[in-house]
Design a protein around this ligand. Structure first.
Ligand SMILES: Cc1ncc(COP(=O)(O)O)c(C=O)c1O
Length: 388
């Protein structure tokens, strides 16, 4: 006999639009079909062994208890020095830098710190999939502004038109996932001018800051005083050091913003695992790993692009990130999502439809591959894609 007191109460979901994502579907299908998984964005190679040695050393040295709430001072100092060196703005380690559990926690914490019920937050679509549910959880209103279809450049006319007295924040992302574009200095200045007369905060997602190719240069919001003064700058060690599973990132923001950020941070994670922080602080003493990252990934991008150029897929520019987008219209008249399912099942390579990064599923015949893979993985994928 069932016990009536053991009834699970019905839960009224806070996120009705969130279900199984295309990333889960594609990864499961890729595993089932033994496809090369170029869908989800993470490396299939290991990090520098030095970093592993540094973590073991930190654990052996007894760095295994709670660290200070905002992160260990040595790591915050190293982050501060790097930002000052690369972007010309000094954030004080004491009250302007916070170590987070990856960029994901940094973004939701910044949103919870500033967005109140009914506030509007502008997102530029296509966008990373955590932004919209994060705004929903804060009770904010998502205001979607598309990047220009085809080029994925910001359309400042449309952004200006979306601003209202209720706009609390805008989320930007450069280098950009999924389109692989990189904002120019002129675009950053245009945003700076547009926001100057407003009290709008910026959440600047810069997790791919060290992956920029050719002429492109990363433009951090830290480099533009009018943006730096209103921005939460977010980055991720997972991307930079090939350790996405460690989930360590950081936020740099002016002291009053950091103070509010830390109030939320203190009560959602309190702090971030200790030995990784010590290892990252030691490892950051040498800037070479992040300074050499563009050359490392540019070679992979070029290897992959050279193979794709032999197919009827049309390459879009990959200026940054570890993604390469392609136009599928010469190869197929399927929707992006159906094409990706077909590509995984029939060709044996998984990709992600760009429509997954839009609230309305906008389909422009473009799919995204991740090239953060061993050369042999990329070559296996290219052998299969040669049939297209
Ligand atoms: C644009 C963007 N922001 C944030 C993240 C999350 O970074 P983390 O793994 O450090 O939480 C990702 C990861 O794919 C991303 O692509």
């Amino acid at each position: 006999m069932s016990n009536p007191s053991a009834r699970t109460p019905a839960i009224d979901t806070k996120l009705p639009a969130v279900g199984t994502t295309i990333f889960t579907v594609m990864s499961a299908l890729a595993a089932e079909k033994n496809a090369v998984n170029l869908g989800q964005g993470f490396p299939d190679f290991n990090c520098d062994p030095q970093l592993l040695t540094d973590v073991s050393a930190a654990m052996a040295a007894g760095h295994n208890q709670y660290p200070p709430m905002p992160g260990i001072p040595a790591l915050r100092e190293a982050i501060s020095a790097k930002i000052a060196q690369l972007y010309g703005h000094t954030y004080r380690a004491a009250d302007e830098i916070t170590v987070t559990a990856g960029a994901t926690q940094a973004i939701i914490t910044a949103i919870l710190a500033v967005v109140r019920p009914g506030d509007e937050v502008i997102v530029l679509e296509p966008c990373y999939d955590s932004y919209v549910p994060n705004i929903d959880l804060a009770g904010g209103k998502v205001v979607r502004v598309p990047l220009t279809p085809g080029t994925f450049r910001p359309d400042f006319g449309r952004i200006a038109a979306a601003i209202t007295p209720r706009t609390r924040a805008i989320i930007i992302n450069t280098p950009h996932n999924p389109s692989a574009t990189v904002w120019t200095a002129a675009e950053m200045r245009e945003l700076e001018e547009l926001l100057a007369p407003t009290d709008i905060f910026v959440i600047s997602d810069e997790v791919y800051e060290h992956m920029v190719y050719g002429e492109a240069k990363h433009q951090s919001a830290a480099s533009f005083p009018g943006l730096a003064a209103r921005s939460f700058i977010v980055s991720s060690f997972g991307k930079t050091y090939h350790v996405t599973g460690w989930k360590v990132g950081y936020v740099a923001a002016p002291a009053p913003l950091t103070a509010e950020f830390r109030k939320v941070h203190q009560f959602n994670v309190f702090t971030v695992n200790t030995p990784m922080q010590h290892a990252l602080a030691a490892y950051m003493a040498d800037p070479k790993p992040y300074l050499e990252l563009p050359a490392f990934y540019q070679r992979k991008r070029d290897l992959f692009a050279a193979g794709l150029a032999k197919t009827r897929l049309k390459l879009l520019p990959s200026q940054g990130t570890y993604f390469q987008c392609v136009d599928i219209s010469e190869v197929s008249d399927k929707s992006e999502a159906d094409f990706c399912l077909w590509l995984t099942s029939e060709i044996g390579v998984a990709a992600i439809p760009l429509s997954a990064f839009y609230g309305n599923g906008f389909d422009q015949r473009v799919v995204r591959f991740c090239f953060a893979k061993k050369d042999e993985t990329l070559n296996t994928a290219l052998d299969r894609l040669a049939r297209l």
